[in-house]
Every structure is written in C-alpha cells, then in structure tokens.
Design a protein around this ligand. Sequence first.
Ligand code: CTP
Length: 427
Amino acid sequence: MSDDLFQRIPAAARALLKAVSNLAEKQGVVLYIVGGFVRDLKLGISSTDYDLVVVGDAVKLARALRKSYGGDLRVHKRFGTANWTVTSVKSNLVQTLQDFADEAINISELPELLDFVTARSESYTQPAALPKVQPGDMQADLARRDFTVNTFALPLSEAVSEILSVPEAQQDLDQGLIRVLHDQSFIDDPTRIFRAVRYEQRLGFEIEPHTLELLQAALPYIAELSGDRIRHELDHIILEVERIAILERLDDLGVLAAIDQDLVLNATVRAGLGRLPGDTENADMAYVTWLAYLPQEDIQRIAARLQFSTELTEASLAASKLKSDLPDLSEASPSQLVKCLEHVPDLALKAMTYVLEDANQKRLVENYLNDWVDIKARADGHTLKERGLEPGPRYKEILTTLRSAWLDGEVSTPEEEEVLLERLLND
Ligand code: CTP
C-alpha cells in the first residue's frame, strides 16, 4: 500500500477501505482504488467516487462485505460489478471500523457507496457501441480507460506498494493535459469527447493537441451514439459548477452542433444558465433553462434525440411557449395571469425564474409561485351544494369568478365574498 497518498484519504474512509482490503486478503485477491478518485487525491481535491477494482471476483468480495457489515448491494453479475451502499448502516459501521482506524473517525467522512469492478479488458467491435469485456489483469484494465490522468491505481492490499498507471499519466497530470491512450479512443467511445471537455474545464487543464485533433475528427461518430448516452454525459455537464465554460468549449469545438444544428449557446442561454444556483442538483431544471429560448419544433426534435422523459419534454415546451407569451401579458390582471399559468408544469414555472431577463416578467411568475397559486375562494363545491345549486357547469364558473375576485382585489374579506356569492347565486 502506498502510505503517503493513502493518508490523504479522510480517516473514516481509510478505515472502511482497510476493512475491505482485509476481506480481500482473506479471499486472496488484490484490490486497487482507481480513476478519478486517485487523480483528485493527487491534485488535493476531495472526491466521493470510490471506484475499486478487484483483480479477481469483485461480486464475491462485495457479497462478503455485505455479509460482514450489512448495507445494500446491487450486483451486475454479467459485468462482474457491484455497488455497496452503506448509508443505512453508517452508525454501526463507524463503531466497528474504529478498530481499523489510527484516530477517532467521523461518521460524516464515511463514503455512501463503494463501486466494485472486476479488473477487465475491453474490445470494441463497432464504433460507438458498448464494448465486449473479459476479465483481465490490472494493466489491461488501465489500458482500456479514457485519459492518461484517469489511469492511476492505488493498491489497497498490504502486499502491494506500487501505484500503477500508464507511462504518461504523472507527467500529464503535472502539466495539466488531457490525453487519450490511443488514436481510436474517441471512435470506440464518442462519449469520451464530452468527458475530455468536462475534465479540461473542471480541472483547468488543456486537451493535448494531438488528442484535440482526434476529438475533432471523431465528431461525426456522435451521430452513432444513443440519445440516452449523450444525455447521460450532458447530465453530468449541466450539474458541474463550470457548466457554462464546458458548454462554451463544446460549442466552439462543434460538439453541440453535432448533436443538433440548433443546439448552440448564445448570450441568452449563457445568462440563464448563469442564474441557476452553482451547486444545483436538478438536471431537468437546467435543461429547461437551456432550451426555453428555442422554438417549439427545435425543442421537439432535440428532446426526441436526447430521449427526454415526457415530463421534461413537456416542461421545456411549456417554458418556451410561456417565454413568448409573457410579453403580451404585462398589462394582464392577476386572475388573467393565473389562468395562463395554472396549466404550466411547475418545473417550467420554476425554470422561468432563471430564464427571464425582464424584471417585470420575472416578478409576475414569482408572484404566481409565491402568492397567487395559494389564493382560493372560501366557498367550494360543498358550499354551492348546501346552497341548493344544481350540479353543472355553473359550479366551475362561480368558483372561478370568486377566486378571480380575490386575486384581483375585488374581494378581500369573507363577508365581501359572501355578498358576491349571493349575487352570483341569484343571477
Ligand atoms: N471510463 C472510461 N471511459 C468512459 C467512462 C469511464 O475509460 N467512457 C473510466 C475512466 O478511467 C474513469 C473511470 O472509468 O476514471 C470511472 O468513470 P467515472 O466514474 O465516470 O469517472 P471518474 O473518473 O470517477 O470521474 P469524475 O467522477 O470525476 O467525473
């Protein structure tokens, strides 16, 4: 085990990893923590992505852990992978793990989830298709990866001390370069185009010149990717703090246009996405904010290409419609506005508070969300029934008129509502 780097891991996570490596040793398998976690550890950035590679049966190891410590296990036998979630057993774990720790450990430093993968090699039979995988050794596992800086493997087994990586990894990390391992990389897996830009902008690195040439040459292969796989990459991107820088770079490189010719960035979109909270966890909100400036038919096409859920497609369409309708509503009364807004999905309304630049329009939507949505007449269907009104369309008309009167300030006390109700019933 390489002590220096290992010591940088928070104490509770270190104790958990020791418990895991203890079991791995009993099973006679060697275990590494790999990928972004080690890259970030070397850069002094904290990471919550505990990706563990087992040179041997990862599923068997994860099952033994669940048996010893509890928690929840999700196994993909066919891929030789498992995720072990410890959230539900954290308070027990923190006590049990104290034996593996050299200092008092803190529950908040325990990871939620460990990912276990069986070391494997991959072969691609077709561009942009998922690879064929077979068990392999650690070097083969590192050689299948996307970029040199993601190939570090820190051994967690006492018997092994050497950190593995491909040869250029440390130099590229020192120089801040994103470099593919071989010329076919982006063609085998065009999602790496998105990943390269995401890492470049997030880490303040640069895509190395030859890699950049390969990336640009591989743009036509984006068309071969399924909508789900592209959206999955975009999900990661729009939740990054650096989302605007990443999208700008993707736009400059022609990556967004390779998804759809009208999916470009402009000043309006940049401003809208800039108003989203930096640490938002709501990808759907970010998509609606991004797409609301587009005409309906462009949204339909992009939503179909990215395999949006029906809910997300509808919210994006509604936001775009509202954006074009709102300028005509600046003189409208509260009740007229409520009539327009009450059928708009909540997601679209909330996104409008980021989309809209005009302070007056924004205030209208905020008034609706914060106040008007809750304003209701006191009377309801039961009241009308008690007052002897025959069931029929009059019910809705009267209740709408009462609500409008409250919204527009024509009625402001229960007594005034009663007077109006009386009048309506007598009409
Ligand atoms: N990987 C890859 N090609 C992909 C996706 C992933 O080679 N298309 C490899 C990379 O080596 C990566 C590892 O799988 O380091 C884990 O992937 P992921 O969890 O997506 O990325 P992290 O490296 O953990 O990076 P981050 O969470 O910082 O985005």
